[in-house]
Design a protein around this ligand. Structure first.
Ligand code: GLC
Length: 472
């Protein structure tokens, strides 16, 4: 099959969140299954053109936009069997941030139109668009006669971000304004438009696919989603098991694996030293890597931290986010007597050292479509403590509930006491028996969260999408 991906970010070119990990590794997994995959990305200003050998000489097109036409270049590179096309117009698309610029809505609408223009000459079998940034590509393709044989799949990585904007943006890229019932008179909701027009809608875990049909998690689109429930599927994410592999990772202090876990203790010692924590092999080290925002359960984390530190735990936190929470965490670190190491920022190398050097990993997210931190933790033999929601509920099994099948600790009710209890149970397990703990660590490391199985499920989904399209 010829498959086209469109996304705002993909590792290693541009990375803000988990979307980049998925868009940077699922295409490779599909290519490995024998499919022909092209990934479209905007050429953000932050993408290192020299490093990735993105040349100035490239085919170009004149893309209609409002009443004018805009020249767009399409330089491409091939990486691991996937063709990556960078959509280039420095004035309209070249920005310093992937998200959070004043013109996000127009910029991504233009991106969709520019991708659409490039597909018309040789229509692919499948267009697979990700999140609201690529969402308007779905109705563009669905309406085009030239692309009548192309099926569309839209994947929701996070329903909370819908790209709501002024309805006038639609006309700029040639889409009719006819409003959806959930849109205000002057508003366009790109994510909702993709949900109603895609042949297939999917999201990144089965559990989240069910949750978003409810008032609690539906983010006002539960009605629209319920109407499409027969075309809505969940496929759990995989991770890039080559990039995340403690047996070969050069960014961590020592290499190790399930059959030879000794190096993990060295990684822990190195992390304690680096963070200025007491170098104590028996103190449970808890890691946190992620944005310090509402979604990630930052309020529960903030409430739980003092108790965790008082009971002898150490805490290593890496992330950025809400300025109010950043300030609170600075204050917590200052008062922690060297038991909390806080780094505000993002640093991929440090993230990996935290995954490798921690004993436990905290993810009390309010909602979590899939979550990759718990999967990376398994790989590094670090035991996750999570809220039972979305992809976390789907991938983490509580040791105290599931016994020998357990691979972590979880709590059902989103409340401080419940989170505290899960942390306390984890600490107890860690301290009670070194042997049982080592067994748990080995079991976690043996879990298979490579893309293999999920990539095959996407192929099935594409086949379903083709059938849906033909029938239509
Ligand atoms: C978003 C979601 C996260 C998911 C990721 C990749 O960042 O919040 O749960 O793992 O997308 O699909």
């Amino acid at each position: 099959m010829q498959i086209v991906f469109a996304a705002a970010e993909a590792a290693p070119y541009a990375k803000v969140g988990g979307l980049a990990d998925v868009a940077g590794s699922l295409p490779q997994a599909l290519a490995a299954l024998g499919h022909d995959v092209t990934l479209y990305l905007p050429l953000h200003r932050t993408i290192d053109r020299a490093k990735f050998q993105i040349t100035d000489r490239a085919p170009f097109r004149s893309v209609p936009y409002g009443k004018s036409r805009v020249r767009v270049a399409y330089p491409s590179v091939v990486r691991d069997g996937v063709r990556v096309v960078f959509v280039r117009n420095d004035q309209r698309l070249g920005r310093n941030r992937v998200y959070g610029e004043p013109d996000d809505a127009k910029r991504y609408a233009f991106f969709c139109r520019a991708v659409f223009e490039d597909l018309r000459d040789s229509p692919p079998d499948i267009v697979h668009a990700h999140d609201w940034h690529a969402a308007l590509l779905v109705p563009l393709v669905a309406r085009a006669r030239a692309l009548a044989a192309t099926s569309t799949v839209f994947t929701i990585h996070n329903l909370a971000y819908q790209g709501r904007t002024a309805a006038s943006v639609l006309a700029l890229i040639g889409l009719p304004r006819a409003r959806l019932p959930i849109e205000d008179r002057t508003e366009a909701n790109p994510m909702a438009r993709a949900i109603v027009s895609a042949d297939i809608v999917s999201t990144v875990s089965e559990r989240y696919a069910k949750e978003i049909l409810t008032d609690e998690f539906g983010e006002r689109l539960q009605g629209v989603l319920r109407e499409r429930r027969r075309r809505l599927f969940g496929i759990v994410n995989g991770i890039d098991t080559v990039a995340f592999d403690p047996a070969t990772d050069r960014r961590i202090a020592a290499r190790y694996g399930a059959d030879d876990p000794g190096g993990k203790a060295l990684c822990k010692e190195a992390l304690q030293k680096e963070g200025g924590l007491a170098v104590d092999p028996r103190a449970p080290v808890f890691g946190v890597v992620g944005r310090l925002v509402e979604q990630k359960g930052i309020d529960l984390l903030t409430a739980a931290a003092p108790k965790l530190l008082d009971s002898g735990g150490q805490l290593v936190v890496l992330g950025t986010g809400d300025p109010a929470y950043e300030a609170m965490w600075k204050a917590l670190a200052a008062r922690s007597g060297g038991k909390l190491w806080l780094t505000l920022g993002f640093d991929a190398g440090l993230a990996q050292r935290i995954y490798a050097g921690s004993d436990l990993f905290l993810m009390p997210s309010r909602f979590e479509p899939c979550g990759l931190g718990q999967l990376i933790s398994f790989r590094y033999g670090t035991i996750p403590v999570v809220h039972e929601v979305g992809g976390l509920a789907e991938t983490v099994r509580d040791v105290d509930r599931d016994g020998a099948r357990g691979n972590g600790f979880s709590f059902a009710e989103y409340a401080t006491v419940a989170f505290d209890d899960a942390i306390a149970r984890a600490m107890r397990a860690y301290r009670t028996s070194t042997e049982a703990w080592s067994e748990l660590v080995r079991r976690a490391m043996r879990e298979d969260h490579s893309w293999g199985a999920s990539a095959k499920r996407y192929v099935d989904l594409y086949k379903t999408a083709s059938r849906v399209r033909k029938a239509a």
